[in-house]
Write a protein that binds this ligand. Structure first.
Ligand SMILES: *[C@@H]1O[C@H](CO)[C@@H](O)[C@H](O)[C@H]1NC(C)=O
Ligand SMILES: *[C@@H]1O[C@H](CO)[C@@H](O)[C@H](O)[C@H]1NC(C)=O
Ligand SMILES: *[C@@H]1O[C@H](CO)[C@@H](O)[C@H](O)[C@H]1NC(C)=O
Ligand SMILES: *[C@@H]1O[C@H](CO)[C@@H](O)[C@H](O)[C@H]1NC(C)=O
Ligand SMILES: *[C@@H]1O[C@H](CO)[C@@H](O)[C@H](O)[C@H]1NC(C)=O
Ligand SMILES: *[C@@H]1O[C@H](CO)[C@@H](O)[C@H](O)[C@H]1NC(C)=O
Ligand SMILES: *[C@@H]1O[C@H](CO)[C@@H](O)[C@H](O)[C@H]1NC(C)=O
Ligand SMILES: *[C@@H]1O[C@H](CO)[C@@H](O)[C@H](O)[C@H]1NC(C)=O
Length: 766
């Protein structure tokens, strides 16, 4: 499912993922081929692939449609191979054709801002926005549910003409023509042959790049939406809305359909985006539980990496359990989600004049005045629907039953409800269909004291909705739902990489889709409301924030590799919140968040433009890692698309800007030593000396050699070693600390997290 949460009325995306049976016996497969085996007689990949298919259908005994209709996609950029529908006997035959590597069955993909830019410290006076010229001319490609081109966020006012290197298109389709693109939205294409091949009888409700879900409109405006004045969601969050990189361009590749999402379509979308010339790819979805060579996003992202394209992905919404993330791929950015310093509020005023503030996002009428209020307790099993009509009732969530209580009350005829709760999931109930206000335990006590001390049962209260509070503390805090590391597909690389704003993010929404419904007053039925913006939460929302920051860095440093850009984002991120304390983890009772929740920290764009040092990685380094992980030559070849696999230097240590060491009890010595080698590249100007600063990592012995690195000129490289020594049977599950390289002028702090864990280092699927 998409890495965002929406209200029940928008769950269509997930419900449609149920795979349906297809034509008798034939199924859709993605076939990886070795291009080195292509006879020179074939001028193109496509002609070779289609001839290969013809050869097996003429030998096949089964009666099937003509071969031309069986080739669904030929890929040229993201993978070497094709998608085709094959019967079981044809599948066996294709395995014996020259150049065959392996097949993967086509499957569905788990699809899992007014204020967030200010929270990131972006402003027009100094820092990343003016320095990067607001991401000017960087092209952000999104693979998502399409786009609503008429949204004000995609107005091209003030933008220069489209760069001549751009090869993308505005594809014509249902309710979509080429004149809907402009200098902001420079491309819009759609991919559904895989969906239609898996479900041949389907009629698509919107056969074009137009967004009928809203997700893609939201993510693209978050990454690169232009300025929209007086934006709000029914009065909440009023202000000027803008994307993170307001002068970057948007190209939409629609592969996420209300009717289903298939790997073959996503591959086709990325294949095209690479060809078209995007600079940044923003992928707010993932597929968990797969080794790297079977993970379509990992494979396509490798091809993107080779072209210098930065790939930003969502970590997933399966937190807070450890090892719950997807996209734990070493060559992409994996983004966790956190809160910002903004709350949407309502105010309850009691009969005695005392007022308490709580959380609310009820979109309907803005106030309830002088309504009888009654304390119920837990609005649970024995909740009496009859005695609550036209009242404000107070429900107490004493046992983590907010969800049950919330829906019980929804089916009653209350005028309003107050929920007293310390649930970490309040944000998913706030956009309520009836007037609902969520109080913490402390404010709740005030209300309960007042009601319980009244002899007179005729107590009355008022509620005012549509409030917004800025500068709330502490922020950021990592969201409970945000998926946690370590990575299952590559445990030796610490994931996630970073956290970015993901909770209650306000961004553009299609005019035609109701973002929310409310119940009619006292009675049955609902009313659909409309808004040009919607508030969503999830790593789907944090991923495009990170994509926007990558675009700003790319605009300021066009020659930096994707790995250098990622390093700049990671080593300059913040580990303290706006109270100067360690960032808290909502999913872990507000204890300090470990790097397995927030990676290196919270993205800080102004610092990321000028990191001082970067940890760069080239494609052979990634191959060495795959060799070290014992991937076979064929598996590596499917990822790199080259038959020239060089495994002469296998290694589990890659030049990553973070460290993770495993102390599982499988070794037979009384201590374990982990050594990491790193090379940093100096990217500032003039001579400079950096000194290492280490914080404690549990009770482990950690050391760095040398402890000082001196640079004379830009692009000079220096190497150091980090050594971690510990007992073979570490008691703690996770301990962590930091290595920072600090320059003598105090201008740069280049920080890397160090995690040591007793979790097993083995993968589930390997
Ligand atoms: C598709 O439609 C045809 C003709 O109406 C029907 O025979 C076939 O069973 C349908 N297939 C599926 C998968 O629904
Ligand atoms: C494209 O669509 C828009 C809006 O639907 C319409 O106003 C315009 O005339 C169309 N342009 C072309 C060239 O068809
Ligand atoms: C709390 O919930 C648990 C599990 O649902 C249940 O067994 C227990 O009885 C509940 N306690 C109270 C006080 O409601
Ligand atoms: C909520 O409060 C209860 C006690 O009332 C406590 O046991 C629980 O740990 C709290 N949960 C959170 C997420 O703080
Ligand atoms: C709510 O009010 C409507 C209209 O008066 C009535 O039909 C319905 O049964 C009531 N629902 C409950 C749960 O009392
Ligand atoms: C790779 O295989 C070698 C030889 O079997 C083994 O010693 C090593 O532990 C394996 N590495 C990983 C990461 O599984
Ligand atoms: C393999 O890579 C190593 C560096 O990792 C290089 O020294 C060697 O020449 C390469 N071998 C081939 C055959 O390309
Ligand atoms: C750390 O190093 C000291 C001195 O070399 C040694 O006594 C101690 O046992 C080491 N501790 C661990 C946890 O390895």
């Amino acid at each position: 499912m998409a890495d965002s949460f929406q209200m029940a009325s928008h769950l269509s995306l997930c419900l449609c993922l149920l795979s349906l049976l297809v034509l008798a016996n034939t199924e859709t497969y993605i076939v990886h081929m070795d291009l080195a085996a292509k006879p020179t007689a074939f001028s193109s990949h496509h002609s070779w692939f289609s001839t290969t298919l013809e050869s097996i259908t003429t030998t096949s005994t089964t009666i099937t449609p003509s071969s031309s209709s069986k080739l669904v996609y030929s890929y040229t950029n993201a993978i070497n191979g094709f998608t085709a529908t094959l019967s079981p006997s044809e599948l066996e035959l294709i395995k014996n054709t020259p150049g065959y590597l392996y097949t993967i069955k086509d499957t569905t993909v788990q699809l899992d801002t007014t204020h967030s830019t200010q929270f990131l410290g972006l402003n027009s006076k100094s820092g990343a926005w003016p320095v990067s010229n607001y991401g000017k001319d960087v092209i952000i490609g999104l693979v998502d549910s399409g786009i609503w081109p008429e949204s004000e966020s995609f107005n091209d006012h003030g933008m220069s003409s489209v760069p001549s290197r751009w090869k993308g298109e505005c594809e014509v389709g249902f309710q979509f023509n080429s004149s809907l693109c402009n200098k902001k939205l420079i491309g819009a294409r759609y991919f559904n042959k895989g969906l239609l091949s898996n479900r041949p009888n389907l009629t698509l409700s919107m056969n074009s790049a137009r967004d009928t879900d809203g997700h893609g409109t939201h993510t693209s405006s978050t990454a690169a939406g232009g300025y929209v004045k007086c934006a709000s969601y029914f009065g909440y969050g009023m202000g000027t809305a803008t994307g993170v990189a307001p002068y970057a361009r948007v190209a939409m590749y629609k592969a996420v359909w209300d009717e289903g999402v298939f790997v073959s379509d996503i591959l086709a979308a990325i294949d095209q985006a690479i060809f078209d010339g995007v600079d940044v790819l923003s992928l707010s979805f993932g597929k968990g539980g797969l080794p790297l060579h079977q993970d379509p996003i990992a494979i396509a992202a490798f091809a993107a990496l080779e072209k210098g394209i930065f790939v930003s992905t969502s970590a997933g919404n399966e937190g807070p359990a450890l090892r719950s993330l997807h996209n734990g791929t070493p060559w992409v950015l994996t983004v966790a989600a956190s809160t910002i310093d903004r709350e949407f509020t309502g105010m309850l005023t009691l009969g005695n004049g005392v007022a308490v503030m709580g959380l609310a996002l009820y979109p309907g009428k803005s106030s309830l005045s002088q309504v009888p209020i009654d304390y119920i307790g837990a609005c649970q099993n024995d909740f009496n629907y009859k005695n609550v009509d036209r009242k404000i009732i107070v429900c107490f969530d004493n046992n983590n039953t907010l969800s049950e209580q919330f829906y019980n009350v929804e089916s009653s005829n209350v005028s309003g409800a107050i929920f007293i709760t310390n649930s970490s999931d309040v944000e998913f109930f706030m956009q309520s269909t009836y007037p609902a206000l969520f109080l913490d335990l402390e404010s709740g006590k005030t209300v309960m004291n007042y009601l319980q001390n009244l002899n007179n049962k005729e107590a009355k209260a008022s509620i005012k909705f549509h409030g917004t509070r800025l500068g709330t503390k502490p922020a950021p805090r990592v969201a409970s739902y945000s998926s946690r590391g370590p990575s299952n597909s590559c445990p030796v690389v610490l994931k996630p990489d970073i956290t970015a704003p993901g909770s209650l993010i306000l961004a553009a929404w299609p005019d035609s889709i109701s973002p929310t419904i409310i119940k009619k007053d006292l009675g049955t039925g609902t009313v659909e409301l409309y808004s040009k913006l919607k508030i969503l939460s999830g790593t789907s929302m944090s991923c495009p924030h990170a994509s926007g920051v990558a675009a700003l860095i790319k605009a300021a440093h066009p020659k930096w590799t994707p790995s250098a850009i990622r390093s700049a984002m990671m080593t300059t991120s913040d580990i303290l919140d706006n109270t100067n304390k360690p960032i808290q983890d909502i999913g872990e009772f507000n204890n300090p968040a470990t790097p397995l929740a927030i990676g290196s920290g919270h993205v800080a764009p102004n610092k990321a433009l000028n990191p001082g040092l970067v940890y760069d990685i080239n494609t052979q380094d990634y191959v060495n890692l795959l060799c070290g992980l014992n991937y076979t030559k064929i598996q590596i070849q499917a990822i790199t698309r080259s038959s020239n696999v060089n495994c002469s230097n296998p290694s589990l240590d890659i030049n990553y800007p973070s460290f993770i060491a495993y102390f599982d009890a499988n070794t037979h010595s009384d201590k374990v030593i982990h050594e990491f080698k790193r090379t940093v590249t100096y990217v500032a100007f003039g001579p400079s000396t950096f000194k290492a600063k280490l914080t404690a990592v549990g009770r482990l012995n950690v050391s760095v050699t040398p402890e000082k690195l001196s640079f004379r000129s830009t692009n000079e490289k220096k190497t150091y070693k980090l050594r971690i020594e510990g007992p073979y049977n570490m008691e703690d599950e996770v301990v962590y600390g930091y290595l920072s390289w600090i320059d003598s002028k105090g201008k740069f702090v280049v920080r890397s997290p160090i995690v040591a864990t007793s979790l097993p280092s083995t993968t589930d699927t390997f």
